[in-house]
Design a protein around this ligand. Structure first.
Ligand code: GLC
Length: 462
């Protein structure tokens, strides 16, 4: 009898353990059938190719990035008073959106809640929010949503799964361990709270929300919590993703769900994102388990080296580097979500502004070679990438190989491309071309073309 009870207990444990893992496995919610409006939102997302990412919250007051609470080991009690100093009286939603439009972005993804748990809207289930805790006292997401509607640009919310402030975020994950919270809590109650906050954001008060960009799932990933050999998709908690995803799709079927979990997408997700890596790369270490699935792709990166406002970070990328990143992403069939960290007074610094405008200037001419295109037909090359429409291939020469003495430039690995009818973009002038001895496309490039990205137009190969 005792053995039987023990066996039963063991069985129950195994079942619970497998259930947690299974709930987190790719394909677990096989019942997800995206609605037609969701599928067309995915298409529009794929065509957009360029969005602006905004990390903004009370942490901007300290000017040391959005991880300052964790990195400086601030307790909840140390951190909360920051809200009294957060007074973004210069925030001007109309000016922000106008800037993002000048930059040529098609959508905005802003932090509704980052890891510090602070809500940038007037939450009803918590007073740890911008309206209840700051002298400013106004709902910035609401102002932004209304302005996006007015100026016709899509709005996504970045929403942190993990929370360094909520007491029920327990068991604690890899981060936020110095927050001074008692070693207890009810994880399902925390998830109920998260779902309640998402319901507020998707209730219609913030208009049609383009999507939810989750981050922080990895905080509970088993392989980062003392089980290095655990499969990448395994977590020590059940995040209840199917339940949360179903809620979002029920409230707003066209809202796209993405999750920065750095593993292959789970069922219920509508796009796949990469952090600081182009799809297929792993320069950061974040993408080692990512793989490339079949959903629309997006890669995010910073305009300097930081996400949240960092007053000492002057490592701004050049306009040329940013254009190259955008083009390289498009060549891999991915969008670029380019991040800025606004200042605590609500303004965007001149360095970020100038770069956004610089990319916008380039897009004024070159948008058709990026927006509305798909990646390919060639894989990325050392000299650049290709994008395509149904009729055309755009060859983006980003690093021009040296020409021979007669002025001919060989583009390696281009034997799949058509070698005649090559024209220069945007002038549409004919570019002299031929096929090299090994089949590669050989062109005579003029020197007075754009030096950021020399774009050639070719008919689609048959
Ligand atoms: C990381 C960081 C986070 C940032 C995000 C953006 O996951 O935790 O601070 O928001 O990357 O991709």
């Amino acid at each position: 009898m005792r053995t039987f009870a023990l066996l039963n207990l063991l069985l129950a444990l195994v079942v619970t353990a497998t259930r947690t893992v299974a709930a987190q496995s790719p394909g677990a919610d096989a019942a997800y059938h995206p609605t037609p409006v969701n599928l067309s939102a995915r298409d529009e997302f794929r065509q957009a190719r360029f969005g602006v990412f905004i990390h903004w919250g009370v942490y901007s007051v300290l000017g040391q990035g959005e991880w300052v609470m964790n990195n400086s080991k601030l307790t909840v009690a140390d951190y909360e008073p920051l809200a009294q100093k957060f007074n973004p009286t210069k925030f001007d939603a109309a000016a922000w959106v106008a800037l993002f439009k000048r930059a040529g972005t098609e959508y905005i993804t802003i932090t509704s809640k980052h890891h510090d748990g602070f809500a940038m809207w007037d939450s009803k289930v918590s007073d740890w929010d911008i309206v209840d805790r700051t002298p400013y006292g106004k709902d910035v997401l609401k102002q932004l949503a209304e302005e996006c509607e007015r100026q016709g640009i899509k709005l996504f919310f970045y929403h942190s799964h993990l929370d360094w402030h909520h007491p029920d975020y327990f068991p604690r994950g890899r981060t936020g361990r110095a927050s001074g919270r008692p070693a207890e809590g009810d994880f399902n109650r925390y998830l109920d709270y998260m779902d309640a906050q998402l319901t507020e954001l998707l209730s219609g008060d913030y208009g049609q929300v383009a999507g939810i960009w989750f981050d922080g799932w990895w905080d509970q990933q088993s392989k980062g919590l003392g089980h290095p050999d655990a499969p990448p998709h395994q977590t020590q908690v059940d995040w209840r993703l199917p339940q949360t995803y179903a809620l979002i799709h029920q409230l707003q079927p066209a809202a796209l769900i993405g999750n920065n979990h750095h593993v292959l997408p789970f069922a219920g997700e509508d796009f796949q994102m990469f952090e600081r890596d182009l799809p297929g790369e792993n320069t950061t270490g974040f993408s080692e388990d990512a793989g490339i699935g079949s959903l629309p792709l997006e890669t995010c990166d910073t305009i300097n080296g930081s996400w949240g406002y960092n007053s000492s970070d002057q490592k701004f990328k050049s306009v040329k580097d940013l254009v190259h990143y955008l083009v390289r992403a498009a060549g891999r069939d991915a969008n670029l979500l380019l991040n800025i960290g606004p200042r605590p007074d609500g303004t965007i610094d001149p360095d970020s502004t100038a770069r956004l405008e610089g990319v916008g200037e380039w897009l004024k001419t070159f948008a058709p070679t990026v927006k509305g295109t798909r990646g390919g037909p060639l894989p990325p090359q050392a000299w650049g990438v290709t994008t395509r429409t149904d009729e055309l291939v755009y060859v983006h020469v980003l690093n021009r190989p040296a020409a021979d003495a007669a002025g001919w430039t060989t583009l390696p690995n281009t034997d799949k491309l058509v070698a005649d009818q090559v024209t220069q973009f945007p002038s549409n002038t004919i570019v002299e071309s031929r096929r090299g001895s090994n089949g590669d496309l050989v062109v005579r490039l003029s020197n007075d073309v754009d030096t950021v990205d020399t774009v050639l137009t070719l008919p689609t190969p048959r």
